[in-house]
Design a protein around this ligand. Sequence first.
Ligand code: FAD
Length: 617
Amino acid sequence: MKQTPFDVIVIGGGHAGAEAAHASARAGARTTLVTMRADTIGVMSCNPAIGGLGKGHLVREIDAMGGIMGLAADRSGIQFRLLNRRKGPAVRGPRTQSDRALYKAAIQDLLGQQPNLTILVGEVADLILRDGRIEGVGLSDGSELRAGAVVLTTGTFLRGVIHIGDRKLEGGRMGDRPSNRLAQRLRDLDLPLGRLKTGTPPRLRSSSIAWDSLDMQAPDDDPMLFSYLSKAPTARQISCGITHTNARTHEIISGNLSRSAMYGGHIEGVGPRYCPSIEDKVVRFADKSSHQIFLEPEGLDSDVVYPNGISTSLPEDVQEAYVRSIVGLEQAEILQPGYAIEYDYVDPQRLTAELELPDLPGLFLAGQINGTTGYEEAAAQGLMAGLNAARRVLGHAPVILGRAEAYIGVLIDDLVTRGVTEPYRMFTSRAEYRLSLRADNADQRLTPKADTLGVIAEDRRVLFFQKMEALDRGRVLLSTKRFTPRDIAVTGIVINQDGQRRSGMEILAFPDVGVEHVDQLIPEFAALPDEVRTQLAIEATYKTYVDRQQRDADALRRDEDLIIPRTLAYAEIGGLSNELRGKLDRIRPGTLGQAGRIDGMTPAALALILTRIRHED
Ligand code: FAD
């Protein structure tokens, strides 16, 4: 048998590619990452931030599986904030602003330390097939590389076109050339390609901003990090500025809409509805007189600021005019104009749940090429595609995460079963089982699986099993002893004097009870690490809900075949978004199962429809 030099080739050094290559190498496959430029491995193409609602969950899960995004985010984080802090733990989203240079350096360092992994600079121009199977890649210099599997993660580069007003230039992102030959090869292979677009705001010179006139947002005092291996931020923590658009800004934008690449009809691709450009916001939310903008420094030693909230494809003179109409930005200097980018993507419905193209066995796809947007979504797919490519070549069974197991499972299932009509991003509302898929318990859900697959390092293994032991000890302590209301009153908690004896777990589930109260009742519990006690308190709070959610999920599954009357008046169902109402009216699904597969349908909306059907019976 001919010996191939590599088991797996990963094309692309973005967020999907970095995670795919690392995962493949960890899984034991001889892996090479081929990318156009070594210095852009790990580059953040758009916003200098990792995590957020739904996205933060993905990063914690990637970390729990032994991935690198969480570690790089922790090493480069300059403003950690837990979003939705006042809401329940299930929907809290860890986020950090990152120092761009530190993030890229961390990714390059982590890849450099990984055994089994080499990095090669080159442009992949061809896919080599034999008998319909992928056998390697051809580079633009004419050389060839052979491997048992290939993971394609070319992001926004396939036939990338940058738009600034009516100015068009070819590019994978600003400063990088596009990938046209490979895009043509994919066309020749008859892959189902579509066009999507995304945009980025102008970058501003920090020293030209009047920071003194702005409100500032400080980092959290007790930051939640991404990696289970990290203890505390390593970079200095800083604040970002907050400002707002105003009537004048909106006037300038409205008066120049025809000059925007998107509104001027220069772009055919569909953009991300959830990351709208400032033109979109002014048009779609015409009743709003102002939109918030976060002024995020791109690094500790950088003079560049990323104004989060004003991405645009307007021409440069209009960008300057509207930026300077904003408080604090009157003298702002634009260092790089905002732009929109259009690129090819592959319909992910063609992929298997392993992220492989069954028509071209051995070819796996991950990241923006599958119609998603966002670093975290890309990295999550990269992790799974890299693992599966390696396991395929090494003759092991595939790894697929279910919707009840991980947000990663939700993401991939959504992509391959429903496809995309616009760039897909993760939200907590996409997960049916979000009360159990929390950012805090990603390690408990996934690290044992990663351990079985042999893809986590020894230090993570040891830490994880120590934590599990402590959690088990805590659970025993919280369930064996029982306390009367009078015992409990000693701690200062007032509950019903019903004479009922309660376990520590039951006491912790009361709304105003914290670990400090239970510490007083069970001294051995007080001796457990903070992290473990906090985790057990979350478990206690959610226990009843998680059990109920499981019952609801089982019931919903039974209701899949329920007939929806053709005449159902969706307009009368309160709580449905206008967008879903429109889709339901148009599609008129015949069963609840069919309604569930409509793009954008949420578990909550399905429950509303179910209630309505029952009500009409
Ligand atoms: P990328 O990060 O794009 O990486 C692709 C990699 O493939 C690069 O390393 C490139 O060199 C390499 N490559 C490409 N072709 C070849 C080839 N033929 N041979 C070898 N190497 C190749 N996300 C958001 O969440 N919100 C936003 O608002 C947002 N705005 C964006 C605006 C712009 C202008 C851009 C460019 C991106 C934006 N993104 C946004 C998207 C975000 O950058 C991507 O989701 C993320 O980077 C995708 O990661 P990826 O690994 O799939 O691809």
